[in-house]
Design a protein around this ligand. Structure first.
Ligand code: BEZ
Length: 211
């Protein structure tokens, strides 16, 4: 059965470019992003890993650890890392799982047989400090992901976790947010003493907290 939002992210132990990782232990108390790549030495993946490495300080700022996966052995990953550093201008600075036996890919259903029996699709799992899955994304092998969007979603998820607010369509950091329906007006008075705008009783808009 596929992994859905709210499920506990399956735990595993795997070899990575930074040694053996027990996933839950490695996540610790923070947030995590697990993302798969179809294959080593492929063009789109090379650009994605370079971009993820470039954005690592942004993930760090949000207390998010990132870990990639490709269904090739460690030696291959290390050789590929040389190409990533050479062509993308940033060296790998996070672990990439060497999943040659497809153990993790199978656990997370990253291989979609009607797309390919051998390559993974581009899966993304964002995992919260409670080890539960907060977001899943699936892209085909031919489309590189937008890592700015992954950071944007993490900002939204972290605001929800901290302040009980949701984010509207096309929201970006600094824009107004929405008080979640589960918060009564009474409770909202405590949480948002600066007030909010009631557009409809179910649509209450407030300045982004913590800004
Ligand atoms: C790529 O990363 O460029 C790629 C991998 C598999 C199929 C198509 C593209």
């Amino acid at each position: 059965m596929s992994i859905r939002i709210g499920d506990v992210a399956p735990d595993f132990t795997a070899e990575t470019t930074e040694g053996t990782v027990n996933f839950h232990e490695w996540l610790g108390e923070g947030w995590g992003v697990l993302f798969s790549h179809p294959k080593d030495f492929t063009p789109v993946c090379t650009t994605e890993l370079g971009e993820a490495a470039r954005l690592k300080p942004e993930f760090d700022k949000r207390n998010v650890k990132i870990i990639g996966l490709s269904v090739d052995p460690s030696e291959s990953h290390h050789k590929w890392a040389e190409d990533i550093a050479e062509t993308q201008g940033t060296a790998l600075n996070f672990p990439v799982i060497a999943d040659a036996d497809k153990k993790v890919a199978d656990l997370y259903e990253m291989i979609h047989p009607n797309a390919s029996d051998t390559f993974t699709v581009r899966s993304v799992f964002v995992i919260g400090p409670d080890k539960k899955v907060k977001l899943t994304l699936t892209y085909p092998a031919s489309t590189g992901r937008n890592f700015a969007e992954i950071l944007r979603v993490i900002d939204s998820l972290q605001l929800t976790a901290k302040y009980s607010v949701a984010t509207p369509v096309n929201w970006k950091d600094g824009d107004d947010v929405i008080i979640v329906p589960a918060v009564s007006d009474e409770a909202a008075k405590e949480k948002f003493p600066g007030g909010w705008k009631t557009v409809k009783p179910y649509l209450r808009v407030v300045a982004q907290p913590g800004k």
